[in-house]
Structures are given as structure tokens and as C-alpha cells.
Design a protein around this ligand. Structure first.
Ligand code: SER
Length: 450
């Protein structure tokens, strides 16, 4: 406004002076001005507009601030007084709105969700509905609740429901503008982060472990000491030596059987799978299984230079098990969380070698999306307050494998396998004891007390 261009009419100064000298009680209360021309004791009613009407919910004055007490009431403007009556918000609710709606030109965000057909607890379509559910969905819902603003969104399931969708395609749909974000077990891998995308990490808690294996077998100290230190013991009598020789023979059999059993267990296992880790797998020519739709296929071809002809797509944990049992594949390469879930149902397989790369999972947003920052903070909060772990346990809890399968156990040597030897040893000890008492009786009869 070009105020300088305005001119003052005749008597304007006089009018201003008269206004500044006002001292009266008007409709809004006392009306007067300070020498700096600011109004003296200004005060206002605070009203809450409800549809076509309104209700008074308090007052504001310089002295009292926002208060339910009228400005005339003496007040010290303490923070406990700084409140208004109950506000009725648009929509008739008294719950305080979380702030402005996330701006998307008034449209709901379209959030792509993988419609998984294996490991469905992670994320997939709820049977018989169009609703998405699972571990990742619950994380998203918990995180979005923590945002200080409302986000209108709808989940759009991605995938034909017959096989796991390609996650690369899902992520690409964000850069193409088909989706505003993607929520799921999306691995954070370089080629995905290169296309305008931000992937928020919500690393699984890797520390999800079963209870330690039970130690089996309790052997008496005496048996141990006999096994390992018997050669140091002094045997005086012939009978004692006889019993000891039988016992040592028993120990020899047990030791040799134990050594033989252990050796065969180790050797047979090595023979059954020559794969000891990713290096032996790469250098072999054996076929390798991977999860349909996963980045793992590209990773094996592009990063580990494994020929495509060696790769076998597997659609489900059941297919992993069949392919491994029938030796269609020598190994399956997949991300840790899937393998751990698979192993918890298939105890006859195991992980060979070390983890050779680390990749977390995340949700994907267009680069620069303000939502990404809010969600990142929210997921961090969920991780710190333990809610993430609770969701993990709710959806992805795993069974713990017993240490051996029943077939293996039946083939192994047990303590009862040696019952015959123990019987011989027991009988020999008993006979030796009887003879010993017999001799003792004879010797005491030969030398009667004087
Ligand atoms: N986590 C995999 C991926 O992101 C899908 O199984 O490719």
C-alpha cells in the first residue's frame, strides 16, 4: 500500500487527537489509548463457530491471556489459567485435529502394496477381501498415526495373486507416478535408490533368536574320571584289576563308537553338501534357487556373475524344500528373514557360510517427499519404544527346531546300545565282590580272635 500517496484532509490532525483522547466504555469494554497510540487494556471474546452458530469458549486480554475468566477478573496470567472451554471442531468432534492434511491436491495417496503369495504374513491381500494386511501394513499404520498431520491414502495391491510380484517393477511405478509410495518388504538395494527414490529403512530386528539348544546327557563324575584318568589309579588286588579291565574295555568301546559316530556325522554331512558358503556356490556349476519377484535374481547375475541358466525361480517355501530335497538346486539364496522363516518349518536344512551382504527393508517414497521425513522419524520412534518388535512377534514368530530329526536320532548310538556291555561289567563286578567277601570270610576264620 502506498500510504505516502495519501493526503491529510483539513482537520485530520484534530480528529486523530480526539480519537487518541477517547476514554469511554464501549461494546467491547473500556476504550482508551496509550501515548504510543496502542489501545489500553484490549480484550476480546473467543468464540467457537459451530455450523451456523457459535459458542463463547473464553477471553483474551493483555493481562489474562487466553482464559475462561472475564478480563475484569484479577489475574496473574499463570500458565494453569491459560485454557479455553471445550472446542467443537468441524465434523462435530471434540478431539483435537492432528493438523493440516498432507497436501496432495486434495487426492488420496495411492500406496502400492505387494500382493505376496509366499510368506504372506509379511504383507498380502487378506483372504476374500481387497484389504492389505500383514507385518509391513501394521508398521505403516502405527507410523502414520504418529504423524502430526492427517494423510489420506489408499492401498493398491500390486501383483496377480498367483506369484510374488516383481519388487523392482513396484518401485519403478513410483518414479512413473503410478504410485505415490510403496509399503512392503522392499529391500534397500542400490539400483532402487538410484531412481529418484527414498527408501526408509525399518531393519528387522536380526536379533530374533530361539532359546539355546538344550545340553543333552548327564554323566556321573565318577564315570568321567574313570574314562579319562583310570590309568592313574592304583589297582592292588587281582580282582580289582579284573573289574577294571572289563570297565576299561567298556570305556574303549564307548570311546571308539563315539569317535566313529562323530566322524561319520561330520563326513556324511560334508559329503551331502559340498557347499560351504557363497564362494563354493559361485565356483560350482550347480543350480541355485531364488525367490520369484525378488531382487536376488539380478543380484546373482549382475553382482556375483552367476550365469542366468543356473538360476531356478522358486515361488514358495514349499518349493524351496522340494527343490533342495530333489537336488533340483544345490542351495537357495535369499534374504535372511525369509530363510529364517523357511528354516523354522524345515529343520533338515541349514545356512551354510556367512551372510555375504546386508540389506534392510523399507518403504519407498518419491525423492524429496515430505512424508518420507515424517515416516522416518515415526518408524524410529516405533523401533525405540519396542512397538516394532511387538509387531514382529505378532506376525513373524518362528518355531524353534529340535536339535535333530527323529530319523537321525534312530540311526545314532545311544546309551542303551551299550546295555549288554554294562550288564557284563555289572556281573563281573558282582562276582568279584562275592569272591572278595568269600576270601575275607575265609581269612577271618583262619585267624580267630585271641
Ligand atoms: N524383499 C525382496 C525384494 O525387495 C522381495 O522378496 O526384492
Amino acid at each position: 500500500m502506498n500510504l505516502g500517496a495519501l493526503s491529510i484532509f483539513n482537520g485530520g490532525k484534530q480528529l486523530l487527537e480526539n480519537i487518541l483522547q477517547t476514554n469511554m466504555t464501549g461494546l467491547t469494554g473500556p476504550l482508551a489509548f496509550h501515548s504510543d497510540r496502542s489501545p489500553m487494556n484490549p480484550s476480546y471474546d473467543v468464540i467457537n463457530i459451530i455450523e451456523n452458530g457459535y459458542q463463547q469458549i473464553g477471553y483474551w486480554s493483555n493481562n489474562s491471556g487466553l482464559s475462561v475468566a472475564p478480563p475484569e477478573t484479577p489475574s496473574n496470567r499463570s500458565s494453569s489459567d491459560q485454557h479455553l472451554g471445550v472446542v467443537v471442531w468441524p465434523g462435530g468432534t471434540t478431539d483435537k485435529p492432528r493438523g493440516w492434511v498432507f497436501p496432495n491436491n486434495g487426492k488420496e495417496l495411492r500406496i502400492g502394496v505387494p500382493n505376496r503369495v509366499s510368506y504372506r504374513h509379511i504383507v498380502s491381500r487378506k483372504d476374500g477381501t481387497d484389504i492389505a494386511e500383514g507385518y509391513c501394513i501394521d508398521i505403516f499404520l502405527a507410523a502414520i498415526k504418529l504423524l502430526p498431520y492427517a494423510v489420506p491414502y489408499k492401498f493398491v495391491l500390486f501383483g496377480d495373486g498367483h506369484e510374488n510380484p516383481s519388487y523392482d517393477d513396484l518401485v519403478e511405478k513410483i518414479s512413473l507416478g503410478d504410485f505415490d509410495a510403496a509399503v512392503g518388504d522392499i529391500a534397500i538395494v542400490t539400483n532402487r535408490t538410484k531412481i529418484v527414490l527414498w527408501i526408509l529403512e525399518h531393519r528387522l530386528n536380526d536379533e530374533f533368536r530361539g532359546p539355546p539348544r538344550k545340553q543333552i546327557g548327564t554323566i556321573l563324575w565318577f564315570s568321567f574320571s574313570t574314562m579319562f584318568f583310570s590309568h592313574r589309579e592304583n589297582t592292588v588286588s587281582t580282582l580289582g584289576r579284573m573289574v577294571l579291565i572289563i570297565w576299561l574295555f567298556l570305556v574303549l568301546i564307548i570311546n571308539s563308537s563315539y569317535t566313529a559316530s562323530l566322524t561319520s556325522m561330520l563326513t556324511v554331512q560334508q559329503l551331502s553338501s559340498p557347499i560351504t558358503g557363497i564362494d563354493t556356490l559361485i565356483s560350482s556349476t550347480e543350480p541355485i534357487g531364488f525367490q520369484v519377484g525378488s531382487f536376488v535374481q539380478n543380484y546373482l547375475i549382475e553382482e556375483l556373475n552367476i550365469p542366468k541358466s543356473r538360476l531356478v525361480p522358486l515361488g514358495s517355501p514349499q518349493e524351496y524344500a522340494t527343490a533342495l530335497k530333489k537336488r533340483i538346486v544345490a542351495a537357495v539364496v535369499d534374504e535372511g528373514p525369509y530363510i529364517e522363516l523357511f528354516l523354522s518349518d524345515n529343520c533338515m536344512f541349514s545356512i551354510r557360510g556367512q551372510e555375504f551382504t546386508k540389506s534392510g527393508w523399507g518403504f519407498a517414497f518419491p525423492r524429496g517427499s515430505p512424508l518420507a521425513i515424517g515416516m522416518s522419524t515415526a518408524i524410529l520412534t516405533l523401533s525405540e519404544n519396542g512397538e516394532l518388535q511387538q509387531l514382529h512377534e505378532k506376525w513373524l514368530s518362528r518355531k524353534v527346531c529340535a536339535s535333530q530329526t527323529s530319523d537321525d536320532v534312530s540311526d545314532q548310538l545311544q546309551l542303551q546300545s551299550f546295555w549288554g556291555l554294562f550288564l557284563i561289567c555289572g556281573i563281573a563286578s558282582f562276582i568279584a565282590l562275592v569272591i572278595h567277601f568269600g576270601q575275607l570270610f575265609d581269612s577271618t576264620s583262619a585267624f580267630p580272635r585271641r
